[in-house]
Design a protein around this ligand. Structure first.
Ligand code: FAD
Ligand code: NAG
Ligand code: NAG
Ligand code: NAG
Ligand code: NAG
Ligand code: NAG
Length: 512
């Protein structure tokens, strides 16, 4: 099907007929439904050449990091689209962290992943603090889409760590945008959705490396729904909940800095490691739950019990760590990766769908109670017991306010809601059955829940964890600030006058 061509020293797949460009979930999970070519440049200069060529022809072009997104929203629906995969453009340079300084900086290229940067920095006694997402994802892709960890106290938007963004614009010129809250170019570039161009280099903020602990407690559902949610999260460097709706329990996970001398333990976290046997058992159980709440209740109970002890190994011996708290280096504890010899859930065919919306944390109790009511209504009205079909439950994350035009935790928006204390993110991953019609248990519920939450609360969608329909509803319900959209559009027109970097997200937002 695909044949290799060599042109201008740039390797790319010229696809003889249009084919999808897939997410990390592989075939059947398109990020773009129809693309004409996938380029694998090896340097920033090569990316510039590809963009210039595309600009001349008016060819639509999108950058891609690791494809760690969920829906067909990366590109616009144009089969002439070309993809620039940034994987091989991943140099790290110019580390600066003078002894005794509170922070410093490093220059990274588009394809640098969190794992790659963390290993590089750890060797040199540095880290990126809490501006992290996950291991096999690029910082550039994360910044483009406003990705974040979970914290009300510390900066945890990845963009919050960016000091400079070097963007290849719609004419193929590199524009250096420097952090400046009074400049709309910066406020648009900070969460650009990839619409200003290819983020080619990032000057990123770093800190002296530090150790952290991880602690986890089980809370009864009412302790959260009727509790001081802000007070359970804000004291820590990073903290989140995992909700188990059938069991009516939460896991409360929190992390913070400790002195390096506190412990010699070197904990290494893994959220996604499974053996093939474990994956097969989970898949069997969850597929059986496609039309049966019994198997989903069994699955949730199993997952809850597996999630209660630490999901950590000692890095030096690869032996499981059995008791909380766990100690170790910043990146290893906050993210980690895969245990040796294990695969990811998606390597073994466990696929998920998701939905993520951010709400003002001041309305956290009302939002979670509304979701609880939606679960209960399914039982009383339709006889369906709703459960978490994901191995770590429903993820409830948080975000410190960070001002830019299109970020999930921005403030001072026309909705008049109080975002100044930060946001709660409701991130609802669910198992996608591999059998029959592939619909989830009680499939209509998920769209219904999204509509209820969008219509009843001020909210903002995560830019890679929602369907086109969720974005459309958010726009129709005027959840996004019209003035922010207008200002963003003006910057977009300046950077990309011919719209070659267009995506369906940008189109739904009315930016074209
Ligand atoms: C297992 C897993 C866990 C995750 N955890 C979190 C989380 O905790 N918090 C969170 O917020 N998100 C999370 N995400 C979402 C993830 O951070 C985003 O989807 C991110 O954009 C993926 O980056 P990527 O490098 O894989 O980019 P891709 O998926 O390849 O691209 C994503 C988008 O960014 C654009 N893009 C990519 N690179 C560039 C570039 N260099 N310049 C301009 N545009 C670019 C693409 O065109 C596309 O529109 C998670 C995803 C997965 C799969
Ligand atoms: C798709 O892109 C081509 C340029 O390669 C352009 O001529 C065409 O109008 C675009 N199609 C749509 C539907 O926008
Ligand atoms: C990271 O993603 C790439 C695909 O871009 C994949 O080939 C590789 O195996 C992944 N690495 C890990 C550790 O999951
Ligand atoms: C690194 O710093 C030097 C000196 O300030 C500068 O000339 C060079 O362009 C920088 N490299 C990158 C990749 O930014
Ligand atoms: C986290 O926040 C605390 C309290 O504001 C601050 O002292 C610390 O420097 C921050 N650390 C990082 C890595 O962001
Ligand atoms: C569940 O029902 C759907 C629709 O009837 C069907 O396609 C699917 O195969 C069923 N799943 C199982 C595991 O029986």
């Amino acid at each position: 099907m695909a044949r290799f061509l060599f042109a201008n020293l740039v390797t790319f797949f010229q696809l003889s007929s249009s084919v999808p460009f897939n997410t990390f979930d592989g075939p059947g999970h398109p990020a773009c439904n129809d693309v004409a070519a996938v380029h694998d440049p090896k340097s920033v200069d090569e990316i510039v050449t590809i963009v210039r060529d595309a600009a001349q022809k008016g060819t639509p072009v999108r950058a891609s990091g690791k494809g760690h997104m969920w829906y067909d929203t990366m590109c616009s629906d144009n089969s002439s689209t070309i993809i620039i995969r940034t994987e091989n453009v991943n140099a790290i340079s110019n580390l600066s962290l003078p002894t005794g300084a509170a922070d410093g900086s490093v220059m990274i290229e588009a394809g640098v992943t969190f794992l790659q940067l963390a290993e590089y920095l750890h060797d040199k006694g540095a880290s990126v603090g809490y501006t992290l997402v996950n291991w096999n994802i690029t910082l550039a892709g994360s910044i483009a889409m406003g990705a974040h960890r979970s914290s009300l106290r510390n900066d945890s938007m990845v963009a919050a760590g960016a000091l400079e963004l070097h963007i290849i614009d719609g004419n193929g010129n590199i524009k250096v945008v420097i952090r400046d809250d009074n400049n709309d170019d910066w406020l648009a570039a900070s969460t650009s959705l990839g619409l200003l161009g290819v983020i080619a280099r990032i000057k990123f903020k770093i800190y002296p490396d530090f150790k952290v602990y991880a602690q986890q407690k089980v809370l009864a559902e009412n302790e959260v729904l009727d509790g001081d949610i802000y007070g359970l999260i804000a004291p820590y460097g990073t903290a989140n909940f995992w909700w188990w709706p059938y069991l009516k329990q939460f896991h409360h996970r929190y992390y913070d800095q400790v002195p390096t001398s506190e412990s010699t333990q070197e904990g290494f976290q893994s959220t996604f490691s499974v053996t093939e046997t474990e994956a097969d058992i989970a898949k069997g159980l969850l597929n059986s739950g496609q039309n049966s709440s019994f198997f989903n209740q069994l699955a949730e109970t199993t997952f809850f019990n597996l999630w209660s002890p630490p999901n950590f190994h000692e890095k030096t011996t690869d032996l499981p760590i059995l008791t909380w708290p766990v100690y170790g280096w910043n990146y290893d504890v906050l993210i980690g990766g895969l245990y040796p010899g294990y695969g990811t859930e998606w390597d073994f065919g466990l696929r998920g769908l998701t939905l993520e919306l951010a709400f003002p944390v001041t309305q956290a109790n009302e939002v979670l109670k509304r979701v609880r009511k939606a679960f209960d209504d399914e039982f009383w009205e339709n006889g369906k017991v709703m459960t978490s079909t994901y191995r770590s439950g429903i993820n409830i994350k948080f975000g410190k306010p960070y001002f830019d035009l299109l970020g999930q935790v921005t403030t001072n928006t026309a909705d008049g809601a109080d975002w100044s204390k930060g946001a709660l993110m409701f991130d609802f991953p669910t198992f996608q059955p591999t059998e029959g019609n592939k619909e989830r248990y009680n499939e209509p519920f998920y769209a219904k829940l999204a509509t209820v939450l969008i219509n009843e609360f001020p909210c903002r969608p995560h830019w890679t964890k929602n369907t086109r329909d969720v974005f459309k509803q958010a726009v129709e319900a005027e959840k996004l600030d019209p003035d922010h959209l207008k200002r963003f559009k003006a910057v977009r027109q300046k950077f990309d006058p011919n719209g070659i970097f267009k995506s369906v997200v940008g189109e739904i937002l009315g930016l074209y």
